[in-house]
Write a protein that binds this ligand. Structure first.
Ligand SMILES: [Mg+2]
Ligand SMILES: [Zn+2]
Length: 296
């Protein structure tokens, strides 16, 4: 299969464990695939032209877990992102199309593969559901909006026998904005919702305290310690934490377990976000991506 050599959108990058292959306009698809035989799983983006032509070829080189995602909403969403990049590329006067297209993902994504994980700790707000704006709290099921493909990511973890443990700071309880019972009923609502997807969470650990009042509010490690007491099979070697805040990554780091940071908008990076990204073991853009690229 030949690509249109004059098309500026003829750029494909395949990521696997931080290894990037760039498909240049001077290569054929098969030349690229031969060159990139080390690429077993990854994230693909392409311009409009290739998207249609490449899906079949990509299925043959990707890990089964990723190949099955080809054509699913998750990948379609990613390809939609790619279209944005291609559109941006067309609108800029940049003389280096490859760099223009690649920069957004290189800045935000740094994957790794974690074999032997049995326990996956998840932060809640910003990982499972859309975070409330600063100063606001999600306390009722009606205000709880799951992020894209979270249900299928959790179901995939369940199917593979991994335990999923949510650890969440809920300072709103200490501030009197809602009660522990409200949090429990919200979590019951979440479990009911997940059940429709064949998914469930194995345990929830909640810190109800205000800042500096306890040993369990992340970045402190009390919630992890509780889970380690309750699940005797957990070890530092078989667990991982996925979060979207510096406090999540710091808790994992202090406790000696690897962490995956979810970054929703790489354009707006605060200093805390930069610190989180540099201390996390891997950085991805969603729970779904974390599960697909790092845990399978
Ligand atoms: Mg969070
Ligand atoms: Zn606490």
């Amino acid at each position: 299969m030949m690509l249109n050599r004059t098309n500026h959108e003829s750029v494909i990058s395949v990521f696997r464990c931080g290894v990037q292959g760039v498909f240049s306009r001077e290569q054929t698809v098969s030349e690229f695939l031969d060159h990139a035989e080390h690429v077993r799983r990854g994230i693909i983006w392409a311009g409009r032209w290739q998207t249609r032509h490449l899906l079949g070829a990509l299925k043959s080189i990707l890990a089964p877990s990723v190949a099955t995602a080809v054509g699913t909403p998750a990948l379609t969403a990613r390809i939609a992102d790619i279209f944005c990049d291609a559109d941006r590329l067309r609108d800029t006067s940049c003389s280096s199309p490859l760099n223009c297209v690649d920069r957004p993902m290189i800045g935000s994504s740094r994957t790794a593969h974690f074999p032997g994980i049995q326990f996956v700790f998840l932060d809640r707000d910003g990982v499972i559901n859309r975070k409330a704006p600063d100063g606001a709290y999600v306390s009722r099921w009606n205000d709880f909006h799951t992020l894209p493909n979270v249900e299928s990511a959790i179901a995939a973890l369940n199917r593979s026998g991994k335990r999923i443990v949510v650890i969440t700071n809920q300072r709103g309880i200490a501030l009197g904005r809602y009660s522990r019972a409200d949090v429990d009923s919200l979590h019951a609502g979440l479990q009911e919702h997940l059940a429709q997807y064949g998914a469930h969470i194995d345990a929830f650990y909640v810190c109800p305290h205000d800042r500096e009042q306890c040993d369990c509010r992340k970045p402190k490690t009390g919630l992890l310690e509780q889970a380690f007491r309750d699940f005797p099979q957990i070890t530092a070697a078989n667990s991982i934490l996925i979060g979207d805040s510096l406090s999540d990554i710091q808790a994992a780091h202090r406790f000696g377990i690897p962490s995956i940071l979810i970054v929703h908008s790489p354009q707006s990076v605060s200093s805390d976000a930069k610190k989180a990204a540099s201390s996390a073991t891997a950085v991805v853009s969603s729970l779904f991506e974390a599960v697909e690229t790092c845990l399978f």
